[in-house]
Write a protein that binds this ligand. Structure first.
Ligand code: GRG
Ligand code: ZN
Length: 326
């Protein structure tokens, strides 16, 4: 491929372009999008850094600067904001922990305080709020279990109660919603299945029923949607595939068609991956395109862990890989 004649439908992963695209994100201060996504700055670093590491380019963002920035976002209550002067939330707290774990630098922050903050979000029924405003969601159950597991501090919460509440989000189709009574959605299914994996409680999942629902998400064009009658979207290559991988049913997907779909959503001129071919790229879909390809065994990528959404070697370093049983 040359710059004058970019491929319109790429059939290979354009690693150097994606590395450049991720590196450019912090310097695009003239773009409106840069300012509109300020609250996601910390999430963006996690998405970008994880994609870079899987593409064997973890050093493309300056480690020292990343660690200093993350440290600066911890509040006195232990939680992390999404950017300087932003309120703390569980979502950003997980991103902070993931970034520091990738860099083997978790001791740069106050781990005890972070643990206290996460544990303080558990409610009497076992569910978790995301912040001080009180919204409850199965995403927050996953975030609490994942982050405390990464910190080696699951003892700080009532794991049995957390499992009990997650199971109340389970539906007749085998899937999970964002709270009891809500419809199944692939994003929430990832959260609930991965959280149950961390709690060693996967025996509560109807594995064949749920895996059937998940593999039905593949459409004729090879892409996956997140629930019936919806459009395909590259990020479901993560939410659906990671769940199938945890359940040991990844082979229920037509791999080559999905690989071709993800590759066709790349921007062959400026790098990055979008939700579907022709749309604007963003770092969220870039990560989940790369993690999807990693789960599908795409050559040249590091393996991703389907529970923690971190490179597998990082999870192995913590002694957490494949501790879950199906
Ligand atoms: C570390 C991987 C990782 C996650 C952290 C934030 C979080 C925990 C999980 C989010 C799970 C989730 C709900 C993902 C779905 C995101 C998404 C594509 C939502 C779009 O939903 P709709 O209804 O779109 O707008 P559809 O595709 O149904 O039309
Ligand atoms: Zn998406």
């Amino acid at each position: 491929m040359s710059a004058e004649h970019p491929e319109t439908n790429p059939t290979k992963l354009l690693v150097p372009l994606h590395v450049k695209y991720i590196q450019s994100l912090d310097t695009r201060k003239e773009d409106l999008e840069y300012w509109l996504t300020e609250h996601l700055r910390l999430n963006g670093i996690y998405w970008g850094l994880t994609a870079l590491d899987l593409m064997n380019n973890v050093d493309a963002l300056a480690k020292k600067d990343v660690i200093a920035y993350v440290r600066g976002l911890q509040h006195s209550n232990g939680g992390f904001g999404g950017h300087v002067d932003h309120d703390p939330h569980l979502i950003y707290t997980l991103s902070a922990i993931q970034i520091l774990i990738i860099h083997d630098a978790i001791n740069e922050i106050d781990v005890a305080k972070a643990t206290e903050y996460i544990a303080s979000k558990q409610q009497i029924d076992g569910s978790f709020c995301g912040d001080s405003w009180g919204e409850v969601d199965s995403r927050f159950s996953y975030i609490a279990l994942s982050s405390l597991s990464l910190l080696g501090r699951l003892d700080a919460i009532d794991v049995d109660k957390a499992v009990e509440w997650i199971l109340r989000c389970k539906n007749y189709d085998g899937g999970f919603g964002n709270q009891p009574g809500s419809e199944s959605h692939a994003g929430q299914i990832f959260c609930c299945v991965a959280a149950l994996a961390i709690a060693d409680a996967l025996h509560h999942v109807d594995i064949d029923l749920l895996s059937w629902w998940l593999c039905e998400r593949q459409l004729k064009n090879g892409g996956l949607n997140g629930r019936p009658e919806k459009l395909e979207d590259v990020c479901y290559s993560w939410w659906v595939l990671s769940s199938l991988s945890i359940l040991g049913r990844l082979h229920w997907i037509a791999k080559d068609k999905l690989i071709a779909f993800i590759l066709s959503a790349q921007d062959p001129e400026n790098g990055g991956i979008s939700d579907r071919p022709g749309d604007m790229v963003d770092v969220f879909h870039t990560l989940f395109g790369v993690t999807g390809l990693s789960l599908l065994g795409y050559p040249g990528l590091k393996e991703v862990d389907p529970v923690y959404c971190l490179p597998k070697y990082v999870v192995q370093r913590l002694g957490l890989a494949q501790k879950y049983h199906i």
